[in-house]
Design a protein around this ligand. Sequence first.
Ligand code: ZN
Length: 243
Amino acid sequence: MRHAILSDVHGNLEALEAVLEDARQQGARRLLCLGDFVGYGPDPNACVETLRPQLSAALVGNHDLAALGRLDARRFNLFARAALEWTREQLSATVRAYLERLKPREEFEGVLLVHASPQDPVAEYILDWETADDNFRAAEFSLCLFGHTHVPVRFAHDGHRTYVFPLPVNTPVRLEAGFRHLVNVGSVGQPRDGDPRAAYVLWDSEEATVELRRVPYPVEAVQVKMQRKGLPRPLWERLAEGR
Ligand code: ZN
């Protein structure tokens, strides 16, 4: 069965709608979200309301927690903090109540889902080989899907060593038997790998494959909204560059 794994939507409704349409066309039967529904983007409530009824599993991310006032906003940089303060004012009571119920770590059909990392599901950034290696040793899982860094990548561990693999775009990759895997699904709403297109991963549980999908969306429409809502300029400028 094909699952669409979304993460780091960050209030970007145009990117989310483009991803949902692509996931439908690709035959995804289930939708999972690894957290950071809100923060940065101009449509926090609409993103949560759109996703919530469709999700088979959902996690809370560090930006969601900060917008709820459950994580210190001083841990974020100036612009992220300004967006979080704006987001906190926008959140509806139902959206708040929904996000409050979510955890940053869940098991889903034998797969570990975390927002950030297995050993620190809220905060740690797995951006390099060493941090991935630490996590393979710190937790038991055969497949872990994660977000948080906004950079899609795959790490594999054979019991002795950890290997890093890029995720090719729109091409399924087999999760080799005998290896454990950590797969970062990228970010729907604020990619940071130099490609401005929205990112998500299709995971096929029978075929044991993952496929990084990149989906274009109207970036300028989101930038105009962010400008109108008074969100900091560097936050809407970066969307065009995917950084
Ligand atoms: Zn994020």
